[in-house]
Write a protein that binds this ligand. Structure first.
Ligand code: F0G
Length: 485
């Protein structure tokens, strides 16, 4: 088994032995706090005692309690002693980027000390995910009045969404444990990522998607990467119900975000953000909310980084949902986060069209632990914000644009101040749902009544195509007009 990579060979011996030691973890229920042996994990990833979800814990150093001591009794001081010095780790993670090895080139596995979930790193299945850009959003900053706005673009991953970071980890676990089939219910992006990673590993994948309710780009990826793709006559929540039964009755490994190993990979954009900001932490991180796992994954990383002394604080993590798929928003505003009433979800941001999110309790916990907020965005808000992000030359899929709506609302409410630094997490690439974009620019996306409150701003951002005869004079005339002559 090869553990030490090219970059690692140049490390001091203490750091190398730390890396080799880091191969153990446990799973702790987020409801009743019971820890289980890895092999006792049920196929639906739920605690048989209380029905809640698990979280990965590293007894040597991790801390999710937020009170400086984890369930295994590891204080911050003890955790820091278990680690090599912080600057050595930062150096190592950076150094690995120039290595020629797959596990170093991956933006997920180069942080492997923070996610020692595999017995043997030979089992890593990677498409060199992660290492995504952090863009400075100068026009968005001018428009919103915030001083420093950044976009962490997870759409720049190999299959075009943030799902790749969690898929490399959970699928590698499935591979290591000898499964031949993996499966997910999906609004599109998870299925695209799973299909790609399964094929890379020589495994088969089963995708359950709601018929007619996912973007074509994503469906085409699942087909292209070779998944057994089933469209069910139901919504995403119905697909989850059916899949729960399938995994109970067949030896198929579930790769939805209830799988705690997905979240270990989805932690790494937080490490990258900190690294890209010279180990400063932004004041705010704004994340779209669907099945509600991602915000808590990023929050876990920020809490762990602080616990280990890599950073000195955590950002306020806020989650934004579409108005038509807002069960968390309602849970926070109507029930103070104590209860979630499922809704019948309906939004054109199909990635987050989810009415009964599996990880809502984890989301409530992380919003509370970091002092963030939960917001909602109307269909017109989302469409306009997406066009504004596009006009910066960045672009994203509709679900990602809710983050900009969140920024505008939190600024208007005085929760984000002008001097604060803000990172918007853009979760998917603009080409995932080009029909949405074209409909917006053609003016056919929104109904009159939906567009009415933002009519002026929408008209200002719309760029329809112009049809002309194949004649240079005709083109020059429109060019002059556009240039204001
Ligand atoms: N943004 C995009 C582009 C997504 O695809 C999703 C979820 C989210 C945000 C929400 O993340 O579920 O962790 O709150 N897509 C899943 C899928 C449900 O099947 O692709 P979350």
């Amino acid at each position: 088994m090869e553990i030490v990579s090219q970059a690692d060979v140049r490390l001091p011996v203490t750091l190398r032995s730390f890396i080799m030691m880091q191969d153990s973890h446990l799973l702790r229920c987020t409801g009743c706090a019971r820890a289980i042996a890895l092999m006792d994990l049920k196929e639906n990833f739920r605690c048989p005692e209380c029905g809640e979800l698990y979280e990965v814990e590293y007894p040597a150093w991790s801390d999710m309690s937020g009170n400086g001591q984890n369930c295994a009794g590891v204080t911050e001081i003890a955790a820091r002693r278990a680690l090599p010095n912080v600057s050595a780790l930062r150096w190592l993670w950076k150094e690995r980027r120039s290595s020629t090895e797959l596990k170093d080139q991956s933006g997920v596995w180069r942080f492997r000390e923070m996610l020692p979930i595999l017995r043997d790193e030979q089992h890593i299945v990677s498409l060199r995910e992660g290492n995504t850009p952090l863009y400075h959003m100068t026009r968005t900053a001018d428009m919103t009045g915030a001083d420093r706005v950044f976009a962490k673009h997870q759409g720049m991953n190999p299959t075009g969404s943030f799902k790749d970071t969690g898929m490399t980890t959970a699928l590698s676990v499935a591979y290591e444990r000898g499964f031949s089939w993996v499966a997910c219910a999906s609004t599109g992006n998870t299925s695209a990522a799973m299909a790609a990673y399964a094929s890379r590993a020589g495994m088969r994948s089963l995708v359950l998607i709601p018929e007619g309710k996912i973007a074509w780009g994503k469906l085409s990826q699942a087909l292209d990467y070779g998944a057994l793709t089933v469209q069910l006559k139901t919504d995403f929540d119905g697909c989850v119900r059916v899949l729960s039964e399938v995994v109970r009755r067949a030896p198929v490994y579930l790769l939805n975000s209830v799988n705690p190993y997905r979240l270990e990979g989805q932690k790494t954009p937080a490490l990258e953000i900190a690294e890209q900001m010279n180990w400063e932490v932004p004041d705010h991180l704004i994340v779209p909310g669907g099945n509600l796992a991602n915000g808590s994954a990023l929050g876990k990383a920020f809490l762990e980084m602080k616990h280990l002394g890599l950073t000195d604080r955590v950002p306020h993590i806020s989650i934004v949902q579409a108005e038509g798929a807002n069960p968390l928003y309602r849970a926070m505003h109507d029930w103070n986060g104590e209860k979630l009433v499922p809704v019948e979800a309906n939004t054109r941001a199909s990635a987050i069209r989810i009415g009964n999110p599996a990880s809502w309790k984890k989301a409530v916990k992380i919003v509370r632990a970091t002092g963030g907020w939960v917001e909602e965005a109307s269909e017109a808000d989302i469409a306009l914000a997406k066009a504004e992000i596009g006009a910066e030359g960045i672009g994203c899929e509709p679900a990602s644009a809710v983050t900009l709506v969140g920024l505008k609302k939190l600024m208007a409410a005085g929760r984000i101040e002008v001097s604060h630094s803000v990172v918007l997490l853009l979760t998917g690439h603009t080409l995932k749902d080009s029909d949405y974009t074209i409909d917006y620019h053609r003016g056919t996306l929104l109904r009159e009544d939906e567009a009415a409150p933002q009519r002026q701003e929408i008209e200002f951002t719309r760029r329809n195509t112009i049809e002309l005869e194949a004649d240079a004079d005709a083109v020059l005339r429109v060019l002059e007009k556009a240039a204001g002559h």
